[in-house]
Design a protein around this ligand. Structure first.
Ligand code: PDD
Length: 276
């Protein structure tokens, strides 16, 4: 398969310098964009978020967003990707390993590749289990950076417990999950953590809030506690490509009836209409 390396589409290979700052420091930012039927979903929103992440870590993107968009579309075409994801990252570049930013002569390194992935229709329809774990990340979780070790460790805990996700809490407050946002349903209304420095403001999350507005389902962007999570009527997690996964059980606690709830199913159906 082909990859994008800076401005060029080329055969995938080992082009990354051992002193790339993404590799050594996690000093860079990334996006994952879903591709459905050969078409990237909400590409503009993802690229806008990339721009924001870049700004927040003072990384100057080498290419304009419109050039980036064109290159990514070209990559999807070159790989004839039908179902899957685009992964792209921009690191602060390759330079002698000193912690501070390198000089202005060092250009950020952009890489992107695609991966074929089946749609996750079955787990989206049937739901899955989650585990709870303490959110040990930093205080700028709103930036989509390459530093994912706490997320990796949380997801590993989930997998070891036959769960799809690890739901994170800071003390008593539920923030998000290792690689997705968390929504709960209580008395017909949705609740999700407000978009501040404690969570990544998911593109899927934002779209769901917009769709619910059109469906007249109230969404409260308010924090909720671990107890409120466990006693919710419905719980679901949202992310690129896995869309919406109903959570049936968290640790040993069954959520609601133990099967995907009516509001969750309705929101999922509405979300699917974006690409079906
Ligand atoms: N993860 N929160 C975290 C910590 C995430 O890593 C992600 C996405 C989300 C959901 O964001 P979105 O709806 O924009 O995909 C929330 C991607 C998919 C990943 O790291 O693979």
């Amino acid at each position: 398969t082909k990859m994008l390396f800076n401005d060029q589409i080329m055969e995938r290979g080992n082009l990354i310098d051992i002193e790339d700052r993404g590799y050594q420091f996690g000093d860079g930012i990334y996006e994952v964009i879903g591709v459905y039927d050969g078409k990237p979903l909400m590409m503009d929103e993802h690229l806008e978020r990339l721009e924001r992440s870049a700004r927040e870590v003072q990384l100057k993107l080498p290419d304009s967003i419109s050039v980036l968009k064109r290159n990514l579309e070209e990559l999807v075409a070159a790989n004839q990707l039908n179902e899957g994801i685009i992964y792209m990252q921009v690191s602060r570049g390759a330079a002698q390993r000193w912690h501070e930013f390198p000089g202005l002569d060092v250009t950020p390194v952009t890489v992107a590749y695609t991966r074929e992935e089946e749609r996750m229709t079955e787990v989206e329809n049937q739901g899955a289990n989650a585990v709870l774990t303490e959110d040990i990340r930093w205080l700028r979780c709103d930036i989509k950076t390459l530093n994912l070790l706490p997320n990796v460790m949380a997801k590993q805990k989930a997998v070891e417990n036959n769960a799809v996700e690890a739901i994170l809490h800071r003390g008593d407050t539920v923030t998000e999950a290792s690689a997705s946002n968390v929504f709960i349903v209580k008395d017909g209304e949705l609740y999700t953590h407000p978009a501040n420095n404690f969570i990544l403001n998911g593109i899927t999350r934002r779209k769901i809030i917009q769709l619910c507005d059109e469906l007249n389902i109230k969404v409260n962007e308010e924090t909720f506690t671990v107890n409120e999570l466990l006693s919710a009527d419905e719980v679901f997690v949202t992310a690129t490509k896995s869309d919406i996964i109903p959570i049936l059980k968290i640790d040993d606690q069954t959520i609601g009836t133990g099967s995907p709830g009516d509001i969750t199913k309705k929101v999922l159906q509405e979300f699917r209409s974006l690409y079906q």
